[in-house]
Design a protein around this ligand. Structure first.
Ligand SMILES: [Zn+2]
Length: 170
């Protein structure tokens, strides 16, 4: 098992040392995220590299990988959501300084010189979650009890192959 990430870090000290943190975070410890999941088995793997990036500004680059289970909004069974995301955040001490970051640079507010790697990772994963988790088309479990529940499937956006089907019929 990999090391756990430290609970709190001094990000500017890590920038000076160009430090790397790597470790795993049990899903059960991510309380805001856990509320959106079917189960909290397993953990996410996270890496964070501190340093000076754009315009030599202090920041952190990171990666998060893992798997989550959410409730499919079509069949209400669990659907696996792969997590594989990168982020780049720039350290700022106040919201006012965050406003002054150049366009395209994302702020990471650190109050009293501390940052929680776990919270940074949780924020990034929350931003990346699908708004409407669903199995891929055709991968849903058949409805239980024989009640027809396919109405939402038919009511969806036009299917990409509908045009082809129409052409074929002509
Ligand atoms: Zn489904």
């Amino acid at each position: 098992m990999q090391a756990r990430l430290p609970e709190w870090v001094d990000p500017l000290a890590l920038v000076d040392r160009r430090a790397r943190l790597a470790g795993e975070i049990p899903l059960a410890r991510l309380e805001r995220l856990a509320g959106l999941l079917c189960d909290t088995e397993g953990s996410l793997q996270a890496e964070m590299d501190f340093g000076r990036f754009e315009e030599r500004r202090p920041g952190v680059r990171g990666k998060v990988k893992g798997r989550l289970h959410m409730t499919c909004q079509r069949c209400l069974e669990a659907v696996e959501i792969p997590v594989d995301l990168d982020f780049e955040l720039y350290l700022v001490e106040s919201a006012a300084l965050a406003e002054r970051l150049p366009d395209g640079l994302e702020p990471l507010l650190h109050e009293r010189g501390q940052v929680s790697p776990r919270e940074v990772v949780e924020d990034e994963v929350l931003l990346a979650l699908p708004l409407v988790p669903r199995h891929a088309r055709g991968q849903c479990r058949p409805p239980r009890g024989g009640e027809a529940t396919a109405s939402d499937v038919e009511a969806e956006r036009p299917r990409p192959f509908a045009v082809l089907e129409r052409l074929r019929r002509q």
